[in-house]
Design a protein around this ligand. Structure first.
Ligand SMILES: Nc1ncnc2c1ncn2[C@@H]1O[C@H](COP(=O)(O)OP(=O)(O)OP(=O)(O)O)[C@@H](O)[C@H]1O
Ligand SMILES: [Mg+2]
Ligand SMILES: [Zn+2]
Length: 506
């Protein structure tokens, strides 16, 4: 599992045949070394479940729909196909059954990553029942109109297929999944009212949350860049049901579903460290198993890159393709894997590597300062809608502004209202937020009236605004209008969007 385009899962047909010939199990269809290990696991599991190993020439053929995949997911179907061919289980009981699971040598069925997309693929292909590891059953039950058979062991599954009473089971000791990346749920202690002053930055967060626009905070250490960015998730509404399934499917593949929380309903917040490799950022990995990267784990949520210039060469620019296309494609000799990656990018950076609190204390030569921020490339900056240079809150703000600081709930309410306006306007389109509207559509169907476009026209003429920049300005202008409850962007809305796009480039 884990490869392919749009739906993350694929079906594989597994057939077993017993023929005359040298006794043994022959696996056909997958050259993966993992499948040879599967043979050993299947043999041990069958033996340890008290079943007879058919002492015949058995051929099990797998017809994979696509690569890459991990072999262990087929253990269960191989074992059952084998036993059905040997007439140890009634073939009728397993006809049309989709089976997903890895076998332990003792016959236990172990939890595996990627169950949700696999089950979605089964349902889409018209199957009505699916066998999954018991530890993954909550995930599988998210898919409507599908009978989920949760199996803890090969033994108990065989009893089920034979219509026998279930055996007494031991506890499943499947390895715990890796912890989930920070999600909005776990950060619920944060609130925008913790931030004093910084009116422009709070406004930029609100615009970003309402329209899904990318954001760049620069400014001296301690001015609150990290603090502000971490509060963006508190402004976002819960995920729509279909988005929740998409997000959960990715985290299922990555093995990052929070235990006991099968459906992710909040926008993910993913903040990979600046030592992250290219593979950790956009996906990849050794051999056939391709893992989604931070860009996909942040799908329909936020990808926060703190201290952005510190990331290794090429890692930031690897994000340009997903930023354009909303998905990551990873080419391998076996085929191309494709993971959704539609995220809001949030960057934070100090203006220089010495990170002096005050500009007067900075010991960096001007050329070094310039080079430092230039590590965030022009083409990447071009794709950032909202660029803001922060200054530390004044002492007066820090002391007195607390009572004026709006809470996340109040801002989130405005964000939700604005998103509803956007959704109504985009009702007949596949897009949900202003950030998603493709450039040509934007220019054809969502052009503000000419009199609102004056500032943007000027900037285009002066060359301070690129064509790509214009699209971004228009999208943000629509979001500003949606937040204000206007039917169309005004001249001020376009002007405000333009100022945010230009930023004050340090
Ligand atoms: N506007 C503010 N309101 C309240 N607290 C603030 C504000 N600005 C800064 N602080 C305090 O300063 C601390 C440092 O802020 P933060 O870590 O967000 O700064 P930063 O800009 O990310 O700095 P660095 O560049 O060093 O990472 C915060 O934890 C907070 O306690
Ligand atoms: Mg910081
Ligand atoms: Zn410096």
């Amino acid at each position: 599992m884990g490869g392919g385009s749009k739906p993350l899962g694929h079906l594989t047909d597994v057939e077993a045949a017993i023929t005359s010939g040298v006794p043994g199990l022959h696996l056909v269809g997958l050259p993966d070394a993992a499948l040879n290990e599967a043979r050993d696991r299947v043999r041990a599991a069958i033996f340890n479940s008290g079943e007879d190993w058919p002492n015949r020439h058995v051929t099990v053929s797998l017809f994979p729909a696509s690569l890459p995949k991990r072999g262990s997911i087929f253990d269960l179907s191989i074992a059952i196909a084998l036993l059905a061919a040997a007439e140890a289980v009634p073939p009728k009981a397993c006809a049309g059954l989709v089976m997903i699971g890895e076998l332990g040598l003792d016959g236990r069925i172990r939890a595996i990553p990627g169950v949700l997309p696999a089950v979605v693929a089964a349902a889409n292909a018209g199957y009505t029942s699916v066998v999954v590891p018991q530890a993954n059953s909550a995930e599988a039950e998210l898919v409507p109109d599908l009978k989920v058979i949760a199996a803890a062991s090969l033994r108990s599954l065989l009893c089920h297929l034979r219509d026998e009473p279930p055996p007494v089971e031991e506890d499943d000791d499947a390895p715990p999944l890796r912890p989930a990346p920070d999600s909005a749920d776990r950060r619920s202690g944060l609130d925008l009212s913790d931030v004093r002053g910084q009116a422009e930055a709070r406004r930029a967060l609100e615009i970003s949350a309402a329209g899904g626009h990318h954001l760049f905070f620069s400014g001296p250490p301690g001015c609150g860049k990290t603090m502000l960015a971490e509060r963006l998730p508190t402004l976002l509404p819960p995920l729509e049901p279909d988005a929740a399934l998409e997000v959960t499917a990715i985290h299922s593949v990555a093995g990052t579903l929070p235990p006991g929380q099968p459906l992710i309903t909040r926008s993910p917040f993913c903040a990979p460290h600046h030592t992250a490799t290219r593979a950790a950022m956009v996906g990849g990995g050794a051999g056939r198993v391709i893992q989604p990267g931070a860009a996909s784990l942040a799908h329909r949520g936020i990808l926060f890159l703190d201290e952005a210039p510190e990331y290794m060469g090429g890692v930031l620019d690897a994000l340009r393709q997903p930023l354009e296309e909303g998905e990551v494609r990873i080419a391998r000799s076996e085929g191309t894997a494709c993971f959704p990656a539609r995220f809001t990018l949030v960057l934070a950076a100090n203006p220089c590597p010495c990170a002096a609190a005050k500009e007067v204390d900075c010991s960096c030569a001007p050329a070094i300062r310039r080079r430092y921020l230039a590590r965030i490339s022009g083409p990447l900056l071009d794709r950032i809608d909202l660029k803001l240079e922060l200054h530390p809150a004044t002492r007066a703000e820090l002391r007195y502004d607390l009572e004026f600081a709006e809470s996340s709930d109040v801002v989130a309410e405005r964000v939700l209202t604005a998103r509803d306006r956007t959704a109504k306007r985009l009702a007949e389109t596949p897009w949900r937020s202003n950030a998603e509207i493709p450039g040509p559509e934007l220019r054809r169907r969502f052009t503000p009236p000419p009199e609102a476009m004056r500032a943007a026209d000027d900037a285009l003429m002066r060359g301070t605004l690129s064509a790509r920049g214009l699209d971004r300005v228009l999208r943000v202008a629509w979001t500003i209008a949606d937040l204000a409850g206007r039917d169309q962007p005004s001249e001020d809305d376009v002007g405000g969007a333009l100022a945010l796009w230009t930023g004050r480039r340090p």
